[in-house]
Design a protein around this ligand. Structure first.
Ligand code: C2E
Ligand code: MG
Ligand code: MG
Ligand code: MG
Length: 288
């Protein structure tokens, strides 16, 4: 009887597995056509100077509007796109459209585009970046590319070679989700990054964990010693921003400063900030 139960459980498990695999397969097929069918969209999230409140740039975050499922989060479809190779088409689409968009802005804000390890392995990335910059007319100094440690771990020699080629174009490189990988410190030793993006898990706990605060402080000290600016991700409260200001953090990004939004909405917000309305920094300047 016990055996039969196990048998049934295994069957159930297998059919669940099948279901999950089928769902992934369907999603992968839908995703392959998403670019052609114009279902992808770009959101922009502001990156702000902690000390002055000035806008430094915008991170570009891809969105997928699935005809039946609605908005599918990148955490769900990027891994599928990486597995199926579709990330090559998506990644190129994101970079081209973000550069084209930013080239039309009246202020020369930087844009930060995320790269997948798969793009390093399978594309001539430096050539692609170069041709997109030429095609869109965006100044190379306005483009930042974000990579994670997984990209470096996948093929260190090749990645560092490609990063050098990209940097020679005048494009900057940020290390994303810093502090969560297996070899964060070694990563910093291997390549002269232009920015360290401290993973948002540290921000989560910075208010009430002495350990998290000590790590934030240590990374800021490390950044200062290596002369690499540090951006804190996931800032959700004024208190967290206050801590970052006291600790001497360079930049911040997070829901408190602005959610990722379609481009039409970020510039509305910015105009309001210019008028010192609804800005998280308004009211902070002492009255004259
Ligand atoms: P990421 O590059 O670390 O991007 C930051 C993520 O944190 C975004 O999630 C953003 O919406 C979220 N976030 C920002 N501020 C806060 C906050 O204050 N609190 C919380 N809880 N979350 C915050 P999103 O847009 O869902 O993207 C998730 C991940 O998907 C990104 O992490 C990135 O790794 C990947 N991704 C997004 N767009 C692209 C892309 O175009 N290409 C590639 N390869 N990956 C992308
Ligand atoms: Mg990122
Ligand atoms: Mg990140
Ligand atoms: Mg992340």
């Amino acid at each position: 009887r016990a055996k039969a139960d196990i048998g049934r459980a295994v069957c159930f498990y297998e059919s669940k597995m099948d279901e999950a695999a089928r769902a992934r397969h369907t999603l992968a097929q839908d995703l392959r056509r998403a670019v052609e069918l114009d279902q992808l969209d770009l959101h922009y999230q502001v990156q702000t100077s902690v000390q002055t409140g000035e806008v430094c740039g915008y991170e570009v975050l891809v969105r997928w509007n699935h005809p039946e499922r609605g908005s599918v989060p990148p955490s769900e479809f990027i891994p599928i796109a990486e597995e199926s190779g579709t990330i090559l088409v998506i990644g190129e689409w994101v970079m081209r459209n973000a550069c084209r968009e930013a080239a039309t802005w009246s202020k020369p804000y930087k844009i930060a585009v995320n790269l997948s390890p798969v793009q390093f392995a399978h594309a001539d990335l430096a050539k692609l970046v170069h041709s997109i910059l030429l095609e869109t007319g965006l100044s190379p100094s306005r483009l930042e590319l974000e990579i994670t440690e997984s990209t470096i771990i996948a093929d260190k020699t090749r990645t560092l070679h490609v990063l050098r080629q990209i940097r020679a174009l005048g494009v900057t490189i940020a290390i994303d989700d810093f502090g969560t990988g297996y070899s964060s410190l070694d990563t910093l030793r291997s390549f002269p990054f232009d920015k360290i993006k401290l993973d948002r898990s540290f921000m989560n706990e910075v208010d009430d964990s002495i350990q998290a605060k000590a790590i934030v402080r240590a990374v800021l000290t490390l950044g200062k010693s290596l002369d690499i600016p540090v951006l804190a991700e996931g800032v959700e409260t004024n208190h967290q921003l206050e801590i970052l200001r006291i600790e001497g953090c360079d930049e911040a990004q997070g829901f408190f400063l602005g959610r990722p939004k379609p481009v039409g909405q970020i510039f509305q917000v910015e105009q309001m900030a210019d008028e010192e309305l609804a800005s998280p920094f308004s009211g902070r300047v002492p009255p004259q």
